[in-house]
Design a protein around this ligand. Structure first.
Ligand SMILES: *Cc1c(COP(=O)(O)O)cnc(C)c1O
Length: 242
């Protein structure tokens, strides 16, 4: 999927997202700098990436290894890059040297592969958690999170866990998915202390165009914004109205 959106539209939309994030932080009594806005670059073709930079976007997240490569050829050095899509083990080699954070680590075997590909100083990752159960295809159930942290710890600093990521199910009313974000924060809070000798598990990547304000209220440190920047009237609801 790709769209043509002017940098003025993107800039205006981004400003609105930042204002809404700031208001959500204030409402929840959190620090003004506590959230970074990541823009999902999957909606943009490689030759449209410059518009994002010109609109003031600093942090982008790509879903596919091939797209990451082709987009970084176009003004790749204008951004910090994260990887947010499902990562296949055979793509780890391509992705690791190109990004500063992988949001979507969901298996012990992937962790082992990342360890083999990581530079000396290690590669930073989030564990993707399937908080909502069967509704989402990817991510580990809450009960398996510690097994992944143990696998990361066993890499001797090659794979550095920095926190957790989740994808909430699509909902018309973001209040319907608030419990998902609250639950991920509870998981993080529970594990943070016991794991502090190994990892600083401070990051919570949660919230997209339709639900980022609720996610910020529940403790997000990274929100991943896509559609909101390209549509004139905010995110589209499902067409059937369900
Ligand atoms: C596309 C995507 C987003 C952005 O979603 P929008 O609903 O377009 O804001 C966030 N996270 C991931 C993993 C994505 O693939």
């Amino acid at each position: 999927m790709s769209v043509q959106t002017s940098k003025e539209v993107i800039r205006g939309r981004l400003a609105r997202v930042r204002e809404n994030v700031a208001a959500a932080l204030e409402r929840s009594g959190r620090d003004r700098e506590a959230v970074r806005v990541l823009v999902a670059s999957k909606y943009y073709a490689p030759d449209q990436i410059l518009a994002l930079a010109e609109a003031g976007v600093e942090l982008v997240g790509e879903n596919r290894a091939e797209d990451l490569v082709s987009k970084q050829e176009h003004f790749g050095d204008r951004f910090e890059w994260h990887f947010i899509g499902h990562l296949q083990r055979r793509k780890a080699k391509v992705v690791v040297p190109r990004v500063t954070l992988i949001h979507s680590v969901d298996s012990v075997r992937l962790i082992e592969e990342l360890a083999a590909r990581a530079p000396e100083e290690g590669t930073e990752v989030l564990v993707q958690v399937n908080v909502g159960g069967e509704e989402s295809k990817y991510g580990v159930p809450a009960g398996q999170v510690e097994a992944l942290l143990e696998a990361a710890a066993a890499t001797g600093g090659r794979v550095l866990a920095r926190g957790f990521m989740t994808l909430a199910p699509l909902a018309d009313d973001p209040e319907d998915v608030r419990y998902i974000f609250a639950k991920l924060r509870t998981i993080r809070d529970r594990l943070r202390k016991s794991w502090s000798p190994h990892f600083d598990l401070s990051e919570l990547s949660m919230g997209m165009s339709g639900d980022y304000e609720v996610a910020v209220e529940e403790g997000a440190t990274l929100v991943r914004i896509g559609r909101m920047l390209i549509e004139e009237d905010g995110p589209v609801r499902r067409k059937d109205g369900s």
